[in-house]
Design a protein around this ligand. Structure first.
Ligand code: URP
Ligand code: ZN
Ligand code: ZN
Length: 463
């Protein structure tokens, strides 16, 4: 039995901030107590004096090695989970993909094969449903009972991931009966495709037009529609990567009526804007993702939504593509730029900067980045908090340190940073995953294969 004691830090959870020592035994937290109140001994002591002791981050939205537009996201499960650990994230939930004509099982098996033996931190899966039919609807029951309790559907990307309203309704009805949670990518993809064609016909080929055709109104319309479909089905719905104030308004309105509607946003919508998409010399391609970056004015609404709990989760939607050779596929046609941004390593730091900047409190930081994603996706208790019985996924965070984000120093397998040159107050010092030190003294001490697959329960917000 290995005992580790973390001493002298400020333990921050979603509920509390206390100066306390944390005792870990065999990978689990077994005690949290005021320093003078216990006589604990341990094999190893980590001094956290002057530091924060926080739960490892739970990033509920990543796409390692995701196929998109004829290429693959450049982080695989090995490089992506290692980078996550560097940034203080100790759990990811990635999206397994069902392709059209394939079963959910085949998609899930393929994602298990990609991740098995590769991960530095623990991981679970959501299931992307690209082909809703009698057979895949039936499969949903089995997946929920074996720990894949959330399913993503799209009103965007016609011909690839798109589902029509009838299919979405059927999947929601199934989720209403088996306890699953439907996650929606909400943008009106059919209308967007018309605008893309018209923009290209006008010679509007630069990355900034990606943001112009994917209109906020079309995000709001789809958000409104999926909320209504969920209401008809009697199902909860979780709207992913909310970027537009108008879409947030739809979520807030539904929540104020007491509907089980959840909203996630991402650091890119909080810190970046259409100004980045308009960067010259095709540099804007680095910021092409969907939903797209919005004009700066939307940021204040998103921060407000996070404070008022109209938005509950900040995930990364980590889906990196190198500028050279990948983003460049869209030179001369913005619609061919692979969609997605890197960020799994940056989320905890950016949100700490938001604490320093006064957007959110320290406890809210932990709530939106650790506790709530764990709770929404059936991992809370094990993940997302520091309490007896929880996995010892713990970060010692130095709030007094300073760093500058850069592709030259990050660990993600991508040739640029979306946050290049940004100064951050605070830095991850030590990271434990189930009691094992994976980051310390500026070094990766973990190993591929340490990370375990997490079978999840149904959402703890719904039972
Ligand atoms: O641009 C994005 N978000 N790429 C990843 C796929 C998705 O829709 O989440
Ligand atoms: Zn999406
Ligand atoms: Zn995504």
């Amino acid at each position: 039995m290995t005992r580790t004691l973390i001493t002298g830090g400020l333990v921050i959870t979603a509920n509390d901030e206390v100066h306390a020592d944390v005792l870990i035994e065999d990978g689990r937290v077994v005690g949290v107590a005021a320093p003078s109140s216990h006589g604990w001994t341990a094999d190893r002591t980590l001094d956290a004096t002057g530091k924060y002791v926080i739960p490892g981050g739970v990033d509920a939205h990543t796409h390692m090695e995701m196929p998109f537009g004829g290429t693959y996201a450049s982080d695989d499960f090995e490089s992506g989970t290692r980078a996550a650990a560097w940034g203080g994230t100790t759990t990811i939930i990635d999206f397994a993909i069902q392709s059209v004509g394939q079963s959910l099982r085949a998609g899930l098996d393929a994602w298990h094969a990609k991740a098995d033996g590769k991960c530095a931190i623990d991981y679970g899966f959501h299931m992307i449903m690209s082909d809703v039919n009698e057979s895949s609807l039936k499969e949903m029951d089995g997946l929920v009972s074996e720990g894949i309790s959330s399913f993503k559907l799209f009103t965007a990307y016609p011909g690839v991931f798109f589902s029509d309203d009838g299919k979405i309704l059927r999947a929601m009805q199934k989720a209403a009966s088996n306890g699953g949670l439907i996650m929606m990518h909400a943008e009106n993809g059919l209308a967007i495709d018309v605008l893309v064609e018209q923009a290209l016909a006008r010679g509007e080929t630069d990355p900034r037009y990606h943001g112009e055709v994917r209109k906020a109104l079309l995000e709001a319309e789809a958000t409104h529609r999926v909320i209504k479909l969920a209401q008809v089905a009697g199902a909860p719905v979780y709207v992913v990567h909310v970027s537009a104030e108008e879409a947030l308004h739809e979520i807030a309105t539904a929540r104020h009526k007491g509907l089980p509607v959840f909203g996630e946003t991402c650091p890119q919508y909080l810190f970046l804007s259409t100004d980045n998409l308009a960067e010259p010399d095709f540099e804007g391609a680095k910021y092409v993702c969907s939903t797209p970056l919005r004009p700066k004015e939307h940021q204040a609404a998103l921060w407000r939504g996070l404070r008022t709990n109209d938005l509950q989760v900040v995930s990364t939607d980590h889906c990196p593509f190198c500028f050279t050779g990948q983003k460049e596929m869209g030179r001369g046609d913005f619609s061919k730029i692979p969609n997605g941004l890197p960020g799994v390593e940056n989320r905890m730091d950016l949100l700490h900067q938001a604490v320093v900047d006064g957007h959110i409190t320290r406890r809210r930081w932990i709530e939106i980045a650790c506790a709530t994603p764990a709770r929404v996706f059936g991992l809370y208790g094990r993940k997302g908090t520091i309490a007896p019985g929880a996995d010892a996924d713990i970060v010692i965070y130095d709030p007094a340190a300073e760093q500058t984000i850069s592709a030259a120093t990050h660990h993600m397998n991508v040739d640029y940073s979306a946050y290049e040159g940004r100064r951050i107050a605070g830095r991850v010092e030590t990271v434990l995953s189930r009691g094992e030190v994976v980051i310390a003294q500026g070094e990766f001490k973990g190993r591929a294969g340490h990370g375990a697959y997490l079978a999840r329960s149904t959402s703890q917000y719904l039972n």
